[in-house]
Ligand binder design. Structure first.
Ligand code: SF4
Ligand code: SF4
Length: 219
């Protein structure tokens, strides 16, 4: 999700690489669950999140959509996000003790927080959002350790590919008629989200196959 604010307004003014140290470590959150409440539709799921959640939890995307995930339009594209529910607007995966019940399978945005991604010149860096995490005096931690995602280099390549696909789709669909917008959005949802991922096969090879099919269909 794009934000129309300057980096200086929302960050400490620095850009970080995966190997840099950053003051992001909130020490296990220690009783706080602020960023699991009231997040609106901002915890958007990418295909790797869906692979991780469906294969890890043994649930289909359809089951997630029936319980904890909803669809919203983001920059002209229909994408799934974690649903906030109840009077406290809490994520469905927050347990009674205020802990994440799907910690090993939690989405990438939850892993990043309070970091964000800043895209420029065909790549991206990380930045530290200020005024978002409730914990003061966070410790320094290596960005890659904080994100806690295996094979981060490959994951970063996937993240860029996915970002570029969504950006191109948004540009292509601007000004298009409703039928064309619906057709492309349905293909995106079916191909990258609803078609089940195999837990026994590496995610990135499955994603590459689906990208090839997507590129054949979208010309
Ligand atoms: S998935 Fe876990 S970490 Fe992410 S918002 Fe929900 S409860 Fe919080
Ligand atoms: S606001 Fe900060 S300390 Fe609180 S749950 Fe989120 S990351 Fe943890």
């Amino acid at each position: 999700m794009k934000r129309n604010v300057s980096l200086a307004e929302i960050s400490d003014g620095r850009l970080y690489k995966a190997s840099d140290m950053v003051k992001a470590d909130c020490g296990g959150c220690n009783g706080c669950s602020r960023c699991c409440h009231g997040m609106g539709n901002s915890i958007i799921l990418d295909p790797y999140d869906v692979y991780r959640m469906t294969t890890g939890m043994g649930k289909s995307m359809q089951e997630l959509l029936a319980a904890s995930v909803e669809l919203n339009v983001v920059d002209g594209v229909i994408l799934p996000n974690l649903k906030m529910q109840g009077t406290k607007e809490a994520c469905a995966y927050l347990d009674e003790e205020g802990r994440c019940s799907i910690h090993p399978y939690r989405p990438g945005i939850c892993r990043l927080f309070p970091l964000g991604r800043y895209y420029e010149n065909g790549g991206f860096s990380y930045f530290l959002q200020t005024g978002e995490c409730a914990k003061e005096n966070r410790s320094k931690i290596k960005v890659s350790k904080w994100i806690d995602t295996p094979d981060l280099t490959r994951n970063q390549q996937f993240t860029l590919q996915w970002h570029d696909l969504l950006h191109a789709m948004e540009e292509r669909l601007t000004g298009e008629d409703e039928g064309k917008q619906q057709e492309e959005n349905l293909l995106l949802l079916r191909l990258f989200y609803l078609l089940p991922y195999k837990g026994t096969t590496d995610f990135y090879s499955q994603f590459t196959e689906r990208m090839e099919y997507w590129n054949e269909q979208i010309r």
